[in-house]
Structures are given as structure tokens and as C-alpha cells.
Write a protein that binds this ligand. Structure first.
Ligand code: FIX
Ligand code: ZN
Length: 413
């Protein structure tokens, strides 16, 4: 029997909205981590994406801005980005989607009333609420032993809520080896700057200790556009001699995120990072040279996306995920998701939230689901046009694969 027009589209929209997602890369924490977990209106407003946008509208000196309290910064951002101009950018729209989905009245544009509502929430219940509204099943944190606020929480120990997963983040180890080596020595690892056999085995002991302590699902690093592999520099040497053997021993992927130019404008602090096109020969060399290792990869530059998807066709030990940071705007999520589906079928993870503030789960997933729905409708309609009729249980299976199943299968591979 022929379906009524629009039925397929409605089915897909309903399935994408109701399928829970495993959010595989965030900067969120379980409430057990105390102040590391950011949430609420002021944290939403001082998100570094919005800080960068605010400086485009005001001539306030950088120092003067950073001297303001969080509430004062949030007031300034609200005035500049929401009241003096329409909040059209993706990051501004995100705040509004979040507040709207929480049931707050946006017509009055009353920041005081919004603050008042947030002051009545508590972190535990609010975590449940945000996960429910974002339809997020699990949250993978970014966990750094080099963070002085975070390290003691792990050392003290606690019972981790099973909705929260962890990932071992090691940028300082690979990117600033000299300074980090000295820290490892203070923590009892007998390393020397030269990366000799003894040092490598101590770095591996460090990685093993923290992988076990955190029960890390993967080891992750973000890298500059000029990252090269193989190479003689400490970063490539540590990857080759310590990180890859460690990951293969533990059966976990190494996640690399190339393309970030850190501190392009240091005066913007966290908001001051930029993007550059990477040479993906390094990624190809990693995948080809280490078939026993698994690699996760998300790339910052739009220009690299096609090449990365083609690499994933060549190497099944490579899993592409997410539209990272400056690519997480509907225009590019649409383009990148469409291209990946056409090149890779369902064998990738279209999105992660990268949320830094708990409440952002709501908008990041709301907006991503809208684009994923749009693209999938078109793809299933193309299938229908051939006479192949996708049924709803097949669509449910596929969507749940995209929203976490494919990643899980890759971990188990
Ligand atoms: O390196 C990362 O994991 C990035 O996602 C962050 O450092 C970045 O600041 C961010 O929040 C991007 O969304
Ligand atoms: Zn991130």
C-alpha cells in the first residue's frame, strides 16, 4: 500500500527526536566534581563562543572585561548580543533554544527573572532535567590528570554515575613535553627529557595508572594544523612509542583532533583559539602504520572534511565523529553530515555536543537533531524512489546506530 505523502518524513523526525544519544565528547562533569560542572544562565552567557562574539560589538579593553565578575560579564554579553542586536548567531540562538525548552518566558527579555529561576535549581536534579530534555543517555567527559582541580577528585575516589563515561585527555603530555615531564617527576614517574627506554616505560606507567583510575574509554589529544607523523619531535615520538602501544594494550582508541591553532589572540583567553587546515598525511600514516590501533578523529577545518571521510573509507581502524566547534553550525553540520552519509553510509558518528555548560546539552542536541533529521529525510526519500521501502524498525536501528551504536561497535571491534 502506498504511504500518504509526508509519512516517511514524520516517522524519521519522530525517531530522531525520541532516540537517546550517547554524547561521546563533552567538557561536562558529574556533579561529584563540584565547581568543575558549569551550569545556569551566567555560565551559558559567558561561554567562550559568546565572549568572542561580544568583543566584536564593544570596545571594552580586554583587561577590563576579565576584571568583571561572572555576573557582570554575563550582563554585558546579554546587553551586547541579545538586547542591542538580534541574537542570530548559532551560539546566541543556542541560549534561547535552551531557555525556551526549559519553559522560560523569553518575551520579556528579563535576565533578572531568568537568574531567579536558575537560583532555585540544584545540580543533581538539574543534570537529570538537562539530560532528559536533550534526550542524552550517556555523557563522555574530558578528564585531565593535569588539571589541578580535577586530579584530586580522581585521587580521592568516588562512585561514578553510570551515565557518565570518561576519556583521558593528554594534550600537555604531547604538546608541552618539557614542562609536563617535570610534573611527572614530581608525581613519582622517573622520566627524563630525552625519551629513552626508561622514560617511555614510565610514561606508559603514567598512562596505564590514569586509564585504570578513570576507566577511560579512549585517550584524546587536540593538535595544531602542522602536526606531522612520523616525526622526530617529542609529540610524534611519544605517540609512537608510548601512546599507541598503550592504547593497543588496553584495547582503546586514540582520539585525535587536528586543526586547532591555540591562542591566536591570547587576550581572549579560552575564546582566543583559531583554526587551520591540517595535512592529513599524518592521519593516513597513523592509520596505515598502526593497523592494530584504533583511531577516533574529528577535524576543525571545513577544508579537511572530505579528505577525512575518504580516509575513513580506506581504513576501518578510523572512526570519524562530530562536527567540532567552528564546524558546529547548522550550515556546516548539514554539509558535513550529508557528505559523510554519502561516502560512509552509517559507519560514523555524526555529532558530539562539546558542551562545556550542562544546559547546552539541550540546544546542541536539539539543533543537531534538526539537521540530522533533515538530511536523513532526503536520504530515505532517495531510497524510496528506487523502490526500496525503509520500514520504521530499520530506521530506528539506523538512527540508534548513528547516535551511539556505531561508536560502541567501533570500541568493541
Ligand atoms: O579541545 C577541545 O576539546 C575543544 O573542544 C575545546 O578546547 C574548545 O574550547 C571548545 O569548547 C570547543 O567547542
Ligand atoms: Zn572539546
Amino acid at each position: 500500500m502506498k504511504k500518504a505523502p509526508g509519512t516517511l518524513a514524520r516517522t524519521i523526525a519522530q525517531i530522531v527526536a525520541s532516540t537517546p544519544v550517547d554524547d561521546i565528547h563533552t567538557h561536562l562533569y558529574h556533579p561529584e566534581f563540584g565547581e568543575l560542572l558549569l551550569w545556569g544562565i551566567d555560565d551559558l552567557l559567558v561561554y567562550h563562543y559568546l565572549v568572542a562574539e561580544t568583543f566584536r560589538f564593544t570596545s571594552i579593553a580586554y583587561d577590563q572585561f576579565w576584571k568583571l565578575s561572572k555576573t557582570e560579564q554575563a550582563n554585558l554579553i546579554w546587553d551586547e548580543l541579545f538586547l542591542k542586536h538580534s541574537p542570530i548567531s548559532e551560539a546566541c540562538r543556542g541560549v534561547l533554544t535552551t531557555l525556551n525548552r526549559l519553559g522560560l518566558d523569553l518575551k520579556k527579555r528579563d535576565l533578572k527573572a531568568i537568574r531567579n529561576w536558575f537560583s532555585k535549581q540544584n545540580a543533581e536534579d538539574y543534570t537529570d532535567r538537562c539530560m532528559e530534555l536533550g534526550n542524552v543517555r550517556t555523557i563522555c567527559m574530558t578528564n585531565s590528570p593535569f588539571d589541578d582541580m580535577e586530579r584530586p577528585v580522581w585521587e580521592r575516589g568516588f562512585k561514578l554515575d553510570s551515565r557518565f563515561k570518561s576519556a583521558l585527555r593528554i594534550d600537555p603530555l604531547l604538546v608541552t613535553w618539557e614542562q609536563t615531564g617535570r610534573r611527572l617527576v614530581q608525581w613519582g614517574y622517573k622520566v627524563k627529557p630525552d625519551l629513552g627506554i626508561k622514560t617511555i616505560s614510565e610514561v606508559r606507567r603514567f598512562l596505564a595508572d590514569w586509564t585504570k583510575r578513570m576507566q577511560a574509554r579512549y585517550v584524546m589529544v587536540s593538535l595544531a594544523p602542522d602536526f606531522a607523523y612520523p616525526d622526530d619531535d617529542p609529540c610524534a615520538q611519544l605517540i609512537e612509542k608510548a601512546v599507541l602501544p598503550h592504547c593497543s594494550d588496553f584495547g582503546i582508541p586514540f582520539a585525535i583532533m587536528p586543526g586547532v591553532k591555540r591562542a591566536v589572540n591570547p587576550q581572549l583567553r579560552l575564546a582566543g583559539d583559531g583554526v587551520g587546515r591540517s595535512d592529513l598525511q599524518a592521519l593516513q600514516n597513523l592509520c596505515a602504520g598502526h593497523p592494530q590501533n584504533k583511531f577516533l578523529c574529528t577535524i576543525l577545518s571545513r577544508e579537511n572534511q572530505h579528505e577525512a571521510a575518504v580516509l575513513a573509507r580506506k581504513f576501518r581502524n578510523l572512526h570519524i565523529f562530530g562536527c567540532w566547534w567552528f564546524t558546529n553550525i547548522p550550515y556546516l553540520v548539514d554539509e558535513i553530515t550529508r557528505m559523510r552519509l554519502e561516502l560512509l553510509g552509517l559507519s560514523f558518528t555524526p555529532q558530539h555536543s562539546d558542551a562545556r555548560v550542562l544546559d547546552q546539552l539541550i540546544y546542541k542536541w536539539d539543533h543537531s537533531r534538526q539537521v540530522i533529521t533533515r538530511v536523513l529525510i532526503e536520504k530515505y526519500q532517495d531510497l524510496e524512489a528506487t523502490g526500496w521501502q525503509p520500514n520504521s524498525s530499520e530506521i530506528e536501528r539506523d538512527v540508534s546506530f548513528l547516535l551511539g551504536g556505531s561508536f560502541d561497535a567501533f570500541l568493541k571491534m
